[in-house]
Design a protein around this ligand. Sequence first.
Ligand SMILES: C[S@@+](CC[C@H](N)C(=O)[O-])C[C@H]1O[C@@H](n2cnc3c(N)ncnc32)[C@H](O)[C@@H]1O
Length: 227
Amino acid sequence: MLTPRLEAIAKMIPQGATIADVGTDHGYLPLALLKRKQIPSAIAADINEKPLSSARRNTGKEWIDQMQFRLGNGIEPIGCAEVDLVVIAGMGGELISEILSADWEKTRSLSTYILQPMVKVPVLREFLLQNRFRILDEALVREGNKFYQIIKVTHGEELNFLPIYREVGPVILKNGGTVLKEYLDFRIERIEIIQKQLRACLEAKTDEIARWEKKKETFLEVKNNVG
Ligand SMILES: C[S@@+](CC[C@H](N)C(=O)[O-])C[C@H]1O[C@@H](n2cnc3c(N)ncnc32)[C@H](O)[C@@H]1O
């Protein structure tokens, strides 16, 4: 059984797609997809030998012919246009951006990506905007007190981009729902903690205080408009 985060990624993968799971670690995602017969084959890639060995061990004899294991940095071990979809999940937003910008010819040849940053979501969202990626789908998942944004993208211009989309994507906002409301409350609470800390610090700069106030207002406004 997959965790809610990996399950949400699995849901975005079309039936019959070939995939590469970059930074596969234990290989849980491609293995679950093979077992469900959702995908015909997968490439499990990782920069480290140890996780790749664990993925190989977990796969076992039954599925080994449908899974390839490749050692390397980011999408370097994947061929140009070799798979329908690439998953890069469970890494920081900066690292995901670095992986995507390491070899633009390769990156552009692979049509669709599912990205799941653990931290630095705005860094990745800004990178996607600046480098002409277009959002196809998104999900917001809660696991305990952690929230994860999942972003499915292809190449192309993003139209009607609003500043709030650097923090929370358009599809997540449009879909609304309980998890989004909880997430917005969580973000507002975090901003209030930072504001309290800034107020207690004599050296805090007025523009920094104003920046956080503006951010809080944006989140409050979004919260009031969420269905
Ligand atoms: C936290 S695990 C994520 C596992 C799985 N993708 C998930 O979302 O549950 C991160 C994995 O990414 C691998 N990794 C880190 N940097 C990488 C890179 N530049 N290229 C490929 N894999 C990388 C690590 O070795 C590790 O196995």
